[in-house]
Write a protein that binds this ligand. Structure first.
Ligand code: FPP
Length: 240
């Protein structure tokens, strides 16, 4: 018999990924860290294509955290260049696959050339509908929550919002992800059991899949395995 919530279970509507292990992948090969990130961009491309084919509607990739600004300037600048290069290279492919690009995070912190390319790819893919790819850039969940709190507090202070009326939906509407459903599945690579300040509000009920595979090695089969793992989970959302 088909379980009553089978459609909810089969394919996650929103998959969020903490792409970890690029540095270790490079180190194992005596390569500079940026080579790990470069191979990581290829893994991202594979994952994006696979997710779209599998019927995922939203895919969020944690590409750069607010904490990542503290890495050596050379690595930060190499990552920024890689981002621009990758966006330029895959803009057409995103469009051909009917995928639109979005970005969440403190986008004003990004260098002007990155911001410009990002805005361009977002604008050029805006009408695509098969899947939305969301890049988390200069993203931190705590700062996202603080920014939302400040925005709501300002509206309350000006009399536009009754503080007692603030519920989960009001709060969620002030987050970067206001029009994006919460992730159903969170994937983390390289075996670390952490959520690293990623979508803390939004992952409240997400299923978590951790694999020891380093991100640059993450293959279509790994993504398929994560989806199969998700399909076995019984999601109760606190009910019995
Ligand atoms: C984590 O590995 C990865 C990052 C901080 C950057 C992720 C960026 C990419 C995959 C390339 C660009 C992607 C797109 C979608 C354009 P790490 O450096 O923390 O690895 P480590 O923990 O082994 O040191």
């Amino acid at each position: 018999m088909t379980p009553p919530n089978a459609t909810e279970r089969v394919v996650p509507r929103h998959v969020a990924v903490i792409m970890d292990g690029n540095g270790r992948w490079a180190k194992q090969r005596n390569l500079p860290r940026i080579e790990g990130h470069r191979e990581g961009a290829n893994a991202a491309r594979r994952t994006i294509t696979k997710a779209a084919k599998a019927g995922v509607s939203f895919l969020t990739l944690y590409a750069f955290s607010v904490e990542n600004w503290k890495r050596p300037a050379r690595e930060v600048s190499a990552l920024m260049s890689l981002l621009v290069e990758t966006l330029k290279r895959y803009e057409k492919e995103l469009a051909e696959n009917d995928i639109s690009l979005r970005a969440i995070g403190r986008l004003d912190d990004l260098p002007a050339n990155v911001r410009k390319q990002l805005d361009r790819t977002i604008q050029r893919t805006a009408h695509h509908r098969r899947m939305t790819l969301i890049l988390a850039l200069s993203y931190g969940a705590r700062i996202e929550i603080l920014e939302a709190t400040r925005a709501l507090a300002r509206r309350a202070a000006s009399g536009q919002l009754n503080p007692d009326s603030i519920d989960e939906a009001t709060f969620a509407s002030a987050l970067y992800t206001h029009d994006i459903p919460d992730p159903d599945l969170l994937i983390r690579t390289s075996g670390e059991m952490r959520v690293s300040n990623f979508l803390l509000w939004q992952i409240s009920y997400a299923e978590i899949h951790v694999t020891s595979t380093l991100w640059p090695d993450f293959a279509e089969t790994d993504f398929q395995r994560a989806l199969a793992d998700y399909a076995t989970r019984e999601r109760r959302f606190g009910r019995v």
